[in-house]
Design a protein around this ligand. Structure first.
Ligand code: SPD
Length: 312
């Protein structure tokens, strides 16, 4: 780019044939943690942007879209959440949103990577509003699978705010049937679970439909919503599951729940966007219906080795 002050580019593989370059005006941090490579860059377009293993996790400009949908969609269906469990989410932004709920008494966040959590606690407070130090927040550094095995608590809301299930990711096993079955041990009939389920565009929706199919084997009620943050390049899908039917809410009812139960103003969700985000395009509904694959510990997600990404 002639005349540009940009010196660094971070490449993110989007599909088998496409790479996106995240431009960095400044590299604010670059370090290897025990589990992944963390990069915090100042992007000319997206502001402060966090990448883990070269995959964009949050950008200052549009992270609110991801976090409002991921957290408030299950909470609105529940409408009176008291205890919330976040699996992953070490950046603290999902926690920030959960803490807006006046009914919430405590939020437990379980992340495997202590360095990401400590980094976010110190350097991402402008984004997470210091949520990781909030008195209602309990932060546990542990593998989520182990945490659940040893937990006897039941949660109103469970949020899987995980990195994409790329090969060697610490999150890989957390997209399997065995893991979703373990969530039933820490759920009660009213529990609502939301799961970051991967891209949802025509060329790369395979992860979402397989995660969805896997979840449907465990939970009888399933919904999905779509989120588009430009920093992720492709739309993402969130799966929402429960053991009980979801309340049928109209836009006015959703608006009232938001107005009466949350501190502060949302920037993305209102009654209409809540409903609109759950309207899936026809190709996705058809792909969900046709999907047969179930992810298990013996059949883990294959992000780069899948048929669709075989050229990577
Ligand atoms: N492809 C982008 C997936 C991002 C998933 N994790 C985001 C974590 C934000 N708290």
């Amino acid at each position: 780019m002639s005349g540009s002050k940009l010196k660094n580019y971070f490449s993110e593989i989007i599909t088998g044939g496409d790479i996106f370059l995240h431009a960095a005006e400044e590299v604010l941090e670059l370090k290897k943690t025990k589990y992944q490579e963390l990069a915090l860059i100042q992007s000319p377009t997206f502001g402060k942007t966090l990448l883990l293993d070269n995959i964009c996790q949050i950008s200052e400009v549009d992270e609110f879209i991801y976090h409002e949908l991921l957290v408030h969609t299950p909470c609105i269906f529940h409408s009176n959440p008291k205890n919330v469990l976040i699996l992953g989410g070490g950046d603290g932004c999902a926690l920030r949103e959960a803490l807006r709920w006046k009914s919430v008494e405590n939020v437990t966040l379980v992340d495997i990577d202590e360095e990401v959590v400590n980094y976010s606690k110190t350097w991402l407070t402008d984004l997470n509003q210091n949520s990781l130090n909030h008195p209602k927040a309990r932060i546990i550094i542990e593998d989520a699978f182990n945490f659940i095995k040893n937990s006897d608590l039941k949660w109103d809301i469970i949020i899987c705010d995980l990195s994409d299930p790329i090969e060697n990711s610490p999150a890989l096993a957390l997209f399997t049937k065995e893991f979703f079955e373990s969530l039933t041990q820490i759920s009660h009939p009213q529990t609502i679970i939301s799961v970051q389920s991967g891209p949802a565009a025509p060329p790369d929706h395979f992860c979402f439909t397989r995660v969805a199919n896997t979840l449907k084997r465990v939970f009888p009620y399933f919904k999905a919503c779509l989120c588009f943050c430009q920093a992720y390049i492709t739309p993402l899908a969130f799966s929402i599951v429960s053991s009980q039917p979801f309340k049928k809410l109209n836009a006015g009812e959703v608006e009232n729940i938001i107005q009466n139960n949350l501190e502060g103003d949302l920037k993305y969700l209102d009654g209409e966007t809540f409903l609109a985000s759950q309207n899936l395009p026809k190709f996705l509904k058809q792909a969900l219906e046709k999907e047969q694959v179930v992810y298990t510990l013996d059949n883990l997600p294959q992000w780069f080795n899948s048929d669709l990404n075989k050229n990577v």
